[in-house]
Structure formats: structure tokens, C-alpha cells
Ligand binder design. Structure first.
Ligand code: SF4
Length: 347
């Protein structure tokens, strides 16, 4: 199990639930726009938000942002120890820095002392684009250079007594991401932030992230995650929530099981499956609901579902745990099914 680290009012690692993270696309010093975006992210289920700090105005804006949000805020700073110190003093809950580019040993110590004094967390790590040159030379561009580079950043802060560290090793390649995190998890018990970097636009980004992060989460690797998408960051949160549900890390939701249909299907089960999915999308009750294409195979194929419906041209059946409990004419199927479903949802 990884070490538990406090980030603002929440904890990551140590068996805590995997926290969903995203990043604002607004200019941080535009407090109104950034607050609006964080508000939308929070509403979607984001649990930790990161903002870029490029100048003093961004660093100082963190204090104003803090009073208008309810989730921890992470300041992402590169190349300037002074900005990192300003962001920490401004009230961020965690900093994302790279000790290798912060300006040398004195600057690393300066930031490390500030992190400890304010008792906040820090994330360090390596992306394929930021691996330290010595490790690239030694190993080439692979999981070994990523992990060694990330662990060197950890050591650079531990040297000055920083303990609450989260680590990441991101690549845009799915196999490399998986291999790097598996290697990293075997070498440290610090909590890991997992993600595929530069994953692309929505469809491919979601698939790449599901492939890489899904494999890692099933292995028990990952304490916070981000599904990076070149789009509205709210989409990152929706995708991360769905991913946590798909791998069983979040069981408190209504899972809609629906068959793809085939030549045996004689009714519009696709339309009902979509309608039911939309209806229960915010449900936090652990339920399995089936919408199946045919009466012959449906109840059997979805036998572990709490409730289900399967249809034919003339009639539908409602079943519970694989047993048929009602047979109804097709034109009353939708109404009867929603009646039964509401009974379970409100139980
Ligand atoms: S449940 Fe029936 S309609 Fe759906 S895929 Fe199976 S056999 Fe085909």
C-alpha cells in the first residue's frame, strides 16, 4: 500500500479512494474565468484541480481562488523557485514542480523549506519530454529513464526533509506508460498520480487513458488520476469517473448492462438502453440494470442484474436476478419497466 499524503482537506494514497484530477485551461490570474471553470469541474466530480503559474499575478490569484472553491488546488510551476514560493505563500495545497529545472541546489532547498513550513504536498515526476539528460544517455527513452528521473526528483526534495510527495511518470505511449508505472510502483511506496500525457483529442484520449490507466488500476496502481483530453476539462472528469466505475474502483453507481443486439432483436432496445442510461447517470446506488435485445437469451445473459427488461415484437419481460417476474404487451413495456425501476431506485 502507498503512503497516505494530505492534499488540502483530503488524503491521497494509503488505501484512500482514487482521486479524480483535472487542470484548468484558463489564465490563472483571470480569477473570474478560472473560478467558473473550477466550479464546473467540481460539479462534474473533480476532486483536485491544477492551475498553471506563469507569473506573479497567477501566483497571487491562488489566494483569491481558494476562497471560492471547495477542492484542493495545485500550482504548476516550472523554472522559478520564487514563483513556487509565492504560490505556496498564496495558499496552494500542493505544488507540481520539477527540481531539475527550478534553478539549482539553493533554489531546490528554498522551495523544499517553504513546502515543509506550509505543510503542503508536492508532485514531482518525469514525462517523456522532461527526462533528465543523464538518464536518457544511460537508458534511452524508456521506462527505466522515466522512473530513474522521477526518483531523482524525489531524492532532491527528500534531501531537504520533504516527505509528502506524489510521483508521476507520464508518456504518450500506452505501453510505455503502463511499463513505467509498474516499474515505479515496485520501487517506491509514495502515492502515484497516473495519466497518459498528450493523449490527444477526445475519442482517442479516452481510449488511450482507458487502456493504460485501466490496466494500472486493475493492478492496484494509482492514487490520483487525470484523463488528459485536448478539450473542455469537464470531459476529463466525466471520462475519469466512467473509468473508475468500469474498473470497479467506484461501485456506487447504477451500471446499465445492454446487449449489442443481433438478428434476434425485434424491438428498439437500443433506444431504451440509452434512455435508461441517461435516467440513472447520477444515481449513487450500486445497481445493475439490464436492457436486453431478446426474450430468448436476455434474462440468462444478464442473470446477475438486479432488474432487467428483454423484448420481442409483441411482448416484453421484466426480470430480476435472471428470473422473469412480469410479461407485458410491448406497448406498455417502457412504462411498466420505469415503474419497477423507480421502485428499486427509491427503495
Ligand atoms: S440478448 Fe438476444 S438480441 Fe441481444 S445479443 Fe444476445 S441474442 Fe442477440
Amino acid at each position: 500500500m502507498t503512503k497516505k499524503v494530505r492534499v488540502g482537506d483530503i488524503f491521497v494514497g494509503g488505501g484512500e479512494s482514487v482521486k479524480i484530477q483535472s487542470m484548468c485551461t484558463t489564465k490563472t490570474s483571470d480569477v473570474g474565468a478560472t473560478l467558473a471553470q473550477i466550479g464546473a469541474l467540481e460539479k462534474a466530480g473533480c476532486e483536485i484541480v491544477r492551475v498553471s503559474v506563469l507569473d506573479e499575478a497567477d501566483a497571487l490569484a491562488i489566494g483569491k481562488l481558494k476562497s471560492g472553491i471547495n477542492i484542493p488546488i495545485v500550482a504548476d510551476i516550472h523554472f522559478s523557485a520564487a514563483l513556487a514560493v509565492k504560490a505556496i505563500e498564496s495558499g496552494c495545497d500542493k505544488v507540481r514542480i520539477n527540481p531539475g529545472n527550478i534553478g539549482g541546489e539553493r533554489q531546490i532547498k528554498l522551495v523544499a523549506d517553504c513546502i515543509r513550513a506550509h505543510e503542503i504536498a508536492v508532485r514531482v515526476g518525469a514525462n517523456t519530454g522532461s527526462v533528465e539528460r543523464e538518464f536518457l544517455k544511460k537508458y534511452g527513452k524508456n521506462e527505466f529513464s522515466l522512473v530513474e528521473s522521477a526518483l531523482a526528483s524525489v531524492a532532491a526534495l527528500e534531501k531537504y526533509g520533504v516527505e509528502d510527495i506524489v510521483v508521476s511518470v507520464k508518456a504518450s505511449s500506452v505501453p510505455l506508460t503502463v511499463m513505467a508505472y509498474r516499474l515505479l510502483a515496485s520501487k517506491t511506496d509514495l502515492p502515484l498520480h497516473i495519466g497518459v500525457t498528450e493523449a490527444g483529442t477526445e475519442k482517442m484520449a479516452v481510449i488511450k487513458s482507458a487502456a493504460a490507466l485501466g490496466a494500472l488500476l486493475v493492478d492496484g496502481i494509482g492514487d490520483t488520476l487525470r484523463v488528459s483530453i485536448t478539450d473542455d476539462p469537464v470531459k476529463e472528469v466525466w471520462a475519469a469517473k466512467a473509468l473508475l466505475r468500469a474498473v470497479g474502483a467506484d461501485k456506487n453507481f447504477a451500471d446499465v448492462i445492454s446487449c449489442p443486439t443481433c438478428g434476434r432483436c425485434e424491438w428498439n432496445s437500443m433506444a431504451l438502453a440509452n434512455e435508461v442510461s441517461e435516467y440513472v447517470k447520477d444515481c449513487k446506488k450500486p445497481l445493475k440494470i439490464a436492457v436486453m435485445g431478446c426474450v430468448v437469451n436476455g434474462p440468462g445473459e444478464a442473470s446477475d442484474c438486479d432488474i432487467g427488461i428483454a423484448g420481442s415484437e409483441k411482448y416484453c419481460v421484466i426480470f430480476k436476478k435472471g428470473e422473469i417476474v412480469k410479461k407485458i404487451p410491448a406497448d406498455r413495456a417502457r412504462e411498466e419497466f420505469f415503474g419497477e425501476l423507480n421502485g428499486l431506485l427509491n427503495d
